[in-house]
Design a protein around this ligand. Structure first.
Ligand code: 13P
Ligand code: SF4
Length: 335
């Protein structure tokens, strides 16, 4: 087994990684490639030896997203594709709740997350006990839980949703009112798209809550042709200012379909780098709000976890069984 200290940018590594380097040149400066390439080469070999796949969320850095990931996407796509993979080992290049969702859907497999501290402010905003209290307060109202929550919270829920299917999930219940947890802004956005009454919690994404409508208006003043696309975790006035609102996958689809000459993706800013690789002709304006949790995942961390097969994601079996039902109900809706 190669140790991290033995990795170096040899002519063989440069040759083996040249096609990948070529693809990401626009977003990874040449001067950085000798640092990334030895890890990229070693990780891609190790994946084969271990029969492992790497899942990467759209917010992962380009050297992960474009250079070592096998499956990329939004939370919904990662959950769906994770349910189908045949690999023995799955590495989640994303945050802890995503790795837990993968474990729920693949209880027999080894699920690795390179940093167990890769959390999420939404997931941290609510506990299973909070969900039970909400049920007591609003008896009979079904609980829809955003996937950005712990398995413990999912276990207390009727069904999960992502930002890509939240409205569809709420409407599938045919209820007059629904408890929607924990993202207040996503809940308010959903409330605007459906006649179902939405009871919400006051959890926020620490990345998206920082955007302001004023900031977006300033960009519009500066660039009259700018198209503003926002994630529904943003505050309501930000969403009102946007031209389009959608999950990270829908934002990317919009860019691919409409090809606006100039675009502002109002979300974690790494995503613009990843999309820019596909659409070099589009001018991306990148006000930078980074997710510190997503950024805990690095090439060095991925390499280390694949070598040691640690840290693994484990969920207490009784909790997992209940949480799985909520995730599978969502996936059964298809779409
Ligand atoms: P989606 O990729 O599902 O839109 O979620 C965004 C997010 O913040 C995940 O942490
Ligand atoms: Fe959580 Fe926001 Fe980071 Fe996504 S971007 S993982 S919602 S803190």
């Amino acid at each position: 087994m190669t140790l991290a200290s033995e990795l170096s940018f040899t002519p063989e590594v440069a040759r083996a990684t040249a096609p990948i380097h070529q693809r990401v040149k626009a977003v990874i400066p040449d001067i950085e490639w000798p640092v990334h390439a030895p890890y990229v080469d070693a990780i891609n070999r190790l994946k084969q030896e271990r029969n492992a796949v790497i899942l990467a969320h759209n917010y992962q850095a380009p050297e992960i997203f474009h250079c070592v990931a096998d499956i990329v996407g939004d939370s919904l796509a990662l959950a769906r594709k994770a349910a189908k993979t045949r690999a023995d080992i799955i590495v989640m290049a994303g945050v802890h709740f995503m790795a837990e969702t993968v474990k729920l859907l693949n209880p027999e497999k080894t699920i690795l997350i390179p940093d167990l501290m890769a959390g999420c402010s939404l997931a941290a905003s609510i506990t299973g006990a909070d969900v039970r209290l909400m049920r007591e307060k609003y008896p009979g109202a079904p609980v829809v839980t955003y996937v950005n929550t712990s398995a413990e919270v999912k276990a207390e829920s009727d069904i999960c949703c992502t930002s890509g299917n939240a409205v569809e999930v709420v409407e599938s219940l045919g209820a007059e009112r629904v408890i929607f947890l924990p993202d207040e802004y996503l809940a308010r956005y959903v409330a605007g798209q459906t006649s179902t009454e939405i009871i919400y919690w006051r959890g926020h994404c620490e990345v998206h809550e920082r955007f302001t409508a004023r900031e977006l208006e300033d960009y519009r003043e500066q660039f009259s042709d700018i198209v503003i696309i926002a994630h529904p975790e943003c505050p309501p006035d930000v969403l009102e200012t946007a031209d389009f609102v959608g999950s990270t996958a829908r934002m990317i689809d919009y860019v691919g379909r409409e090809r606006p000459p100039r675009v502002l993706l109002v979300t974690e800013c790494t995503m613009s780098d990843n999309v820019a690789v596909e659409y070099p002709e589009i001018d991306f304006i990148r006000p930078c709000n980074l997710c510190p949790h997503m950024k805990r995942i690095t090439l060095a961390g991925i390499f280390d976890s694949l070598c040691r097969l640690e840290p693994t994601v484990e969920i207490e079996p009784a909790t997992a069984a209940r949480a799985r039902v909520a995730v599978e109900r969502m996936l059964a809706l298809g779409g």
